[in-house]
Design a protein around this ligand. Sequence first.
Ligand code: SAM
Length: 373
Amino acid sequence: MAKDINKKAFDDATKLKLEIFRECFKEWLPVFIHSPFVEKVFIYDFFAGSGIDSENNHGSPLILLDEAKGEDQMFCSKVPKGRVVFGYNEKIESKRTLLETNVTNHLTECLSNCGRSECVYNVGYGSFDFKEVFERPTVSTILNNPKYGKFILLDQYGFKEVDNDVFKKLTESPRTDFIFFISSSFIRRFKEHPYILKYFETNRINFDESKPKECHKYVANYFRTLIPKNTEFYLHQFTIKKGSNYYGLIFGTGHTLGMEKFLKVCWDKDKLSGESNFSMYNDYQPNTLFYTETNTVRINDYKDQLKKAILTRKISNNLDGMKHALLNGVPTRAYIEVIEEIKDKIEIVGKFNKKITNIHRLKESDIYQIKTK
Ligand SMILES: C[S@@+](CC[C@H](N)C(=O)[O-])C[C@H]1O[C@@H](n2cnc3c(N)ncnc32)[C@H](O)[C@@H]1O
């Protein structure tokens, strides 16, 4: 049985994971609460734990509530009561009870600062096995509703809860962004064990045995293969090394803005490759002579890939060029750098611009064609 994460102090790897949850949610929430197309917002933490560790550090449920206030109550002061709902599930009853107490204490303190009699956010609790609650008609109805924005946090122990079916359901749910934790080293190490084969077709995971540190990337690639062809969906992974093991997060969104924002979080944390808490591609390290943040192995490799795609006419406009960057886990600025680097070999048809953020807002007149000379 897994050890109880809330019974001791969170270690550095857990703190990093929680920080990424925090940053990711902080980027996500304003987009959804400010959108005129979103009627209600649901935030589900399906493996919520008890809320704090042995040193009172906040776990994911309190982190989410804390971020939901916004700086100087920028968010909660503008949201009508009941528009944003937090759903916290924790299978172990005693932990669920503790979670309710911790959330209540947190909200009581929060209310004493804001002066309201009740919080504008609704918080509900469940004590179910994840698969059971995930399959419930009420949850499915919410997931399927395109007028509802959903943020789904799946901080499982190990690997077996987010399987093919769960992943597919998440990717097929409209306006639903998700982030899950997974123990990728474990899948690699025991990939032929029947216990693992129950959940994953590991013959479809192309682990490079000479590169165990890349195992989480291969697990993320496996999930990529589950996305139906011709579906626009973005996934990115962040590997967290703890001792000799590799764990990681996988974020998914159907929207370019979701991926623009998640990549910002990841590239802020890892300026070399935007995907790990260690040097994934053996770059020169900060404070060494040849260190550079602009020409890293990952960025250069990606730029070569994009150049080739443009010069072989697989990509023929700026929007597709930037989507290609997002699909490959690289910020859209790489696209502009590539265009500068190959400007002698291409011709721009239309009005050139350097718009690289909020690319979903590009107007038709912002989209130009790229022809090769
Ligand atoms: C990694 S911990 C979550 C920690 C929490 N996110 C935090 O930041 O404190 C996983 C939690 O999921 C609960 N859990 C394990 N299996 C579960 C299941 N099948 N359904 C729901 N909860 C489960 C565990 O009791 C544990 O509290």
